[in-house]
Structure formats: structure tokens, C-alpha cells
Ligand binder design. Structure first.
Ligand SMILES: Cc1cc2nc3c(=O)[nH]c(=O)nc-3n(C[C@H](O)[C@H](O)[C@H](O)COP(=O)(O)O)c2cc1C
Length: 244
């Protein structure tokens, strides 16, 4: 259709990188693109911590459940939601600074939008990326390692680098299962799950030469059987985010 849409629809996470650091021009282009993402009321409530230090990368890889590609990536960037800067702006004008669930959401969404722009920019340069939500397995240790002030938290990391693998594309839910016209359509949503279960069943059979027999709903049900990262609320509150 056009080059941008083709690029977007060619995305797949990369988990094996060549040992090639990013050039300063690549980093500037990626971060510049991240910064031009839309941002709620221009608050720009995020900060990026770029990790060039190898020992810090290795420590982050460990804290993220020993995901080796964190250490092996050309650059690892931690995307943080940042209300600290806003608090500082408020202080300059002796204004009271209020934080609540809404401001937490605004900062988190801002960080995610910036990250996705960075991802697309990196992919347009022929680089590969992988988001790393697992840094929230140990968010307090990550925050201390990166010396994050109060009101800043690591939302996720992103591995960026020269791909050293050609993984297959992961099929998504059928469009009719996620696109609702004018109001939520429960029936088409349910049909979407049915159809996607068949797609994912086939996808895993082919990818694992018949070894993995599962469906999407089976995998998701397993994941949500127990609370996921239940420590996150306590962590956020300790970091000054008020979830009220
Ligand atoms: C917020 C977020 C966190 C993620 N965390 C991880 C992670 O810790 N480790 C990992 O290998 N992949 C991670 N992923 C990648 C997803 O598993 C991947 O995007 C998804 O399975 C779809 O596959 P694809 O990106 O290859 O199309 C994360 C993705 C997102 C958006």
C-alpha cells in the first residue's frame, strides 16, 4: 500500500542480535522520532535511560529473568513514566502538584507512545527491536540501578540492534474480532477468539514440528490464572505514584 504500512506490517520481535553498537546518528533518529509521538497536553511525561554500559546491561538482563538478548542488544533503552519533571515544573511556580491514577496513566501512555515511535524508527533503519516488560519483575532493583528519582518508574525496556535471526511473523487476532463498528459486538469478539485459536494452533504446530499443541485462549488462560506481577501496585506507591 505504501512503505510505512508495509514496514508496520512486517514487524516481529528480534531476540538475537549481532554484536554491533548503534551509531550516534541512529540513536539520534530513533530518540528524535520517539519525542515526536503525540503526548497528552504536551506533558511529555517520560524519560528514556539508554544503557551503553555493558555491566549495567548484564545486570538488567538478570533482573529481567535472564533474557540474554537484553545484554546482547546494540542498545538497551528503558522507557520510564516520569512525573518528577512535572512536579519540578510545578515547584517553579509554587503550585501544588497533584498526582492520581489519571496522571499515572498519562505518563504510562506517553512512555508507550514514545517507545512505539522509537520501535518503528529503528525498524525503518533495518534494526530489530524487542520490548522487555520483564524489567517489572524486579522494578525496585531496576529503579535503584538506574538511580530513578521518586515519581519515575520503568515501564519497560527495549532491545534494539542488528538482527541475527529471521523469526516468523506472529499472526494476530482476525480484524473482525478486534474492530467493532459503533458499539462493542460481543458475538464477533467471541468468533474472533474461535478463529484465532485455530490460527495459533496451526502456527505452533508448524513452528515446533508438531511439538506444541496449544491455542491462544489456552495460553492466555494459563497466564491469567494467578495475578501477574502483583507487587507492582506496592512498588508504584512506594515510588510516589498515588493510585487514587
Ligand atoms: C509491553 C511489552 C512487553 C514485552 N515484554 C517482553 C519480554 O519481557 N520478553 C520478550 O521476549 N518479549 C516481550 N515482549 C514482546 C511480545 O512477546 C511480542 O511483541 C508479542 O508476542 C508479539 O510478537 P511479535 O512482536 O514478534 O509480533 C513484550 C511486548 C510488549 C508490548
Amino acid at each position: 500500500m505504501n512503505a510505512v504500512i508495509e514496514l508496520l506490517q512486517r514487524h516481529r520481535s528480534i531476540r538475537k542480535f549481532q554484536p554491533v553498537p548503534l551509531t550516534p546518528e541512529q540513536i539520534q533518529a530513533i530518540v528524535g522520532s520517539a519525542q515526536m509521538a503525540s503526548t497528552s497536553s504536551n506533558v511529555q511525561a517520560y524519560s528514556l535511560i539508554a544503557i551503553s554500559d555493558e555491566a549495567t546491561k548484564r545486570e538488567l538482563a538478570r533482573l529481567a529473568g535472564n533474557q540474554a538478548y537484553v545484554a546482547d542488544s546494540g542498545l538497551f533503552i528503558v522507557f520510564c513514566a516520569d512525573l518528577h519533571r512535572i512536579e519540578e515544573a510545578s515547584k517553579r511556580h509554587q503550585d501544588t502538584f497533584h498526582t492520581n491514577t489519571e496522571s499515572f496513566l498519562v505518563a504510562t501512555i506517553d512512555a508507550a507512545l514514545a517507545a512505539q515511535n522509537a520501535a518503528v524508527a529503528a525498524e525503518s533503519l533495518g534494526l530489530g527491536i524487542c520490548y522487555i516488560g520483564a524489567i517489572r519483575n524486579n522494578p525496585e532493583e531496576v529503579s535503584q540501578l538506574l538511580k530513578l528519582p521518586q515519581l519515575v518508574y520503568p515501564v519497560f525496556g527495549m532491545c534494539i540492534g542488528t538482527p541475527d535471526q529471521e523469526p516468523s511473523y506472529r499472526p494476530r487476532l482476525p480484524q473482525a474480532g478486534i474492530l467493532h463498528w459503533n458499539a462493542y459486538e460481543e458475538t464477533t469478539m467471541q468468533q474472533g477468539i474461535d478463529e484465532y485459536d485455530r490460527t495459533i494452533h496451526q502456527y505452533y504446530l508448524e513452528r515446533t514440528q508438531g511439538q506444541t499443541v496449544t491455542t491462544w485462549s489456552r495460553g492466555i488462560a494459563d497466564k491469567y490464572q494467578k495475578p501477574v506481577r502483583a507487587h507492582v501496585k506496592t512498588f508504584l506507591e512506594a515510588r510516589g505514584f498515588k493510585l487514587e
